[in-house]
Design a protein around this ligand. Structure first.
Ligand code: SAM
Length: 301
């Protein structure tokens, strides 16, 4: 790009060190990504969009005020969260229609990604109001990049259900996916979640990315059982985390014959429970699949 040319909404540092920008004159909703921990991770365009807006919608005004204060942004803040969204959306749409420029941010990261904003975007589109985006940090991409797991294709599942049965169902629905799986998870549920993942998906490569971009950033990599052992010993981790699970090894789809042979052998001297555990660990096939096959083998002998 020509150094002296600014496109609509572009920002750059001027020779006086101040941020120069062109104001996007079309009334619209702008989705602005904000840091996921390190306040330095804000973009020039994000600062300008927030400064230029008539109003900033955010989740928690106390959280966003800290960020805005750091960058001397004085734009009016209003809260937009799951409890008031439905009620205030019509007014936001009316404001946008009468020419207001409104920015939507979340407490951290990219709005709409496990955060409020989807229905507002839908309503804007339905009402022919332009929606644009100032991209920036999001935990899932930051985590995937450092995970050491295949990044070429991935599935993002947002937050997993908190109850084990629903979580297992969610994992089982993904058992055939040959992509890296990414989930947001609460630290207190991590070990239960890892146990369910091992049961449903088998002992795959995985990673836990914690406190990304913050002082105590920590990435643990290993198999799911390595991670389970680690967090059982260390206790629940502190802070925010992303759980990533690698794609299945080719064994899962090809070794059914080997599985049945092993099951027949093991069932002679072991309980069904132990048989399933040993066979699953030996062949790296999810326990749920091994269990179903073990019942068939047991009933047929
Ligand atoms: N909109 C955000 C984004 O773009 O990533 C996600 C918001 S969601 C309500 C919050 C979850 O994101 C946390 O529970 C955690 O799973 C993940 N997360 C956010 N910041 C993180 C960080 N610094 N390190 C690790 N995970 C983070």
């Amino acid at each position: 790009m020509d150094d002296n040319t600014l496109n609509k909404g572009d920002s750059k540092l001027g020779s006086n060190g101040k941020i120069m920008t062109t104001r996007n004159s079309i009334p619209n909703l702008i989705l602005v990504s904000t840091p996921i921990g390190n306040l330095g991770d804000i973009s020039l365009r994000a600062i300008e969009a927030c400064r230029d807006a008539d109003k900033i919608l955010c989740e928690d005004t106390r959280v966003s005020r800290k960020l805005l204060k750091k960058y001397n942004i004085e734009t009016k803040l209003s809260s937009y969260h799951e409890h008031n969204a439905q009620k205030i959306r019509p007014k936001i749409i009316r404001d946008l229609e009468t020419g207001a420029q409104i920015v939507l941010i979340s407490d951290a990261g990219t709005p709409l990604i496990s955060d409020p904003g989807y229905q507002l975007v839908r309503d804007c589109i339905d009402n022919k109001i332009q929606v644009s985006s100032v991209p920036g940090p999001t935990a899932l991409i930051t985590a995937l990049a450092v995970s050491g797991l295949p990044p070429d294709t991935f599935y993002f599942g947002g937050f997993l259900p908190s109850k084990s049965a629903a979580r297992q169902k969610a994992f089982l629905e993904k058992v055939e996916l040959k992509t890296t799986l990414i989930f947001y998870e609460s630290p207190n549920r991590l070990t239960d979640c890892l146990e369910d993942a091992i049961f449903c998906l088998g002992n795959r490569d995985a990673a836990v990315a914690r406190e990304l971009t913050k002082l105590h950033e920590d990435i643990q990599r290993g198999t799911l059982t390595d991670l389970l052992d680690f967090y059982k010993k260390s206790g629940p981790p502190k802070g925010e985390l992303v759980l990533m699970i690698g794609p299945p090894s080719r064994k899962v789809n090809t070794d059914m014959e080997a599985l049945e042979t092993l099951l027949r052998k093991l069932l002679k001297n072991n309980s069904l429970r132990d048989t399933v555990k040993i066979a699953s660990n030996t062949l790296g096939i999810p326990r749920s699949i091994v269990y179903e096959r073990a019942l068939i083998v047991r009933d047929a002998t």
